[in-house]
Write a protein that binds this ligand. Sequence first.
Ligand SMILES: *Cc1c(COP(=O)(O)O)cnc(C)c1O
Length: 405
Amino acid sequence: MSSGSDLENRYCAQNYHPLPVVLSRGEGVYVWDEEGNKYLDMMSAYSAVSHGHANPRLVAALKAQAEKLCIVSRAFYTDKLGPFLERACELTGQDAALPMNTGAEAVETAVKAARRWGYEVKGITENQAEIIVCSGNFHGRTTTIISFSDEAEYQKNFGPLTPGFKIAQYGDIDSLKALITPNTAAFLIEPIQGEGGIVIPPAGYLKACETLCREHNVLLIADEIQCGLGRTGKMLACNHEDVVPDGLILGKALGGGIMPVSMFLAKKEVMDVFVPGTHGSTFGGNPLAAAIGLEALNILVDENLAERSMEMGNYMMGELNKLDSAMISTIRGSGLFIGIEIDPALGSAREICERLMTRGLLSKETHETVVRLAPPLVITKEQIDWAVDQIGQVLQELDSIRLAS
Ligand SMILES: *Cc1c(COP(=O)(O)O)cnc(C)c1O
């Protein structure tokens, strides 16, 4: 391969296992490698590129704001932050927002808010607050966040870990109920688990979590960094069950595929625990990020991207379900957030992704057994037809190789 990957392999920490392709350009649902080969991007940077690569409205917003004002820190007000946060609150039913940059920072913000709310509002004894999370969760990679992962690989030799977390069985309301104590400040959940393998809990589960949390004065905090902002066919995955969480975390697509933009949103009673000096970020809420974030939200609404995700997702699911391969154990999804679970005895998701890559379709396996399909929400039916055709052919190839041996 070209020097691009050689240099990256030589100088970059080896904390990822990229597919062997060196990308240099993107437009809409497509990206191109150094040699000019074109690929349909069904990864969209883990859903950060829902608006498509180099979305013209977002590039225009970036250019216009870059020429005016980019970074001043929150030591001053700017003309861009207020309108951005107002729009985010309007669209999500929350009262206030705290802007950050990456997803993990917004999750950290949620954890801090929940603990402080636990002490100052709920009246939990100092340093006793507990936060309940879910099995199979993914909330980022900071030291505290990996402390409440149940993935051994994420934790090994990064200890000592942060205490104060308990893990409930994802999708099992009784498991959550059994863990709630008077010291429980919050329940943190991904309404649909992304990194966990596009895992959708049973219908009614999220609503039951909301009811249970309200009964026990426990904050329900939804991490919608990956599943939010139209990805699952609604503006928020919580909207599928008319759940309004007490705290909400957004990231990824909030930056329009252009830059990292994240935020923690909450009810007033929760957000009010932050007073000057208690939390901050040099770059969080900078005017460049705010201009891009506002445009990203406006595009979602103007172009009906959530409805489109629902329609195209249903279409793609229907087409995928017509595929006939012993390797597929299940196909699950919501909107354009789809996972094909591969029977590990018969095939590997990584090998399928590698073969799709040589055919011009980029995807990435998650948890070894799931092929993730999460294209930009602007994808068309024709592009989906082409992709499903490639997937069908790769499965057929692998089925015949296996049957021949
Ligand atoms: C990606 C992700 C995060 C972490 O976001 P970063 O920007 O990588 O820090 C947190 N929660 C969920 C659900 C995610 O998918």
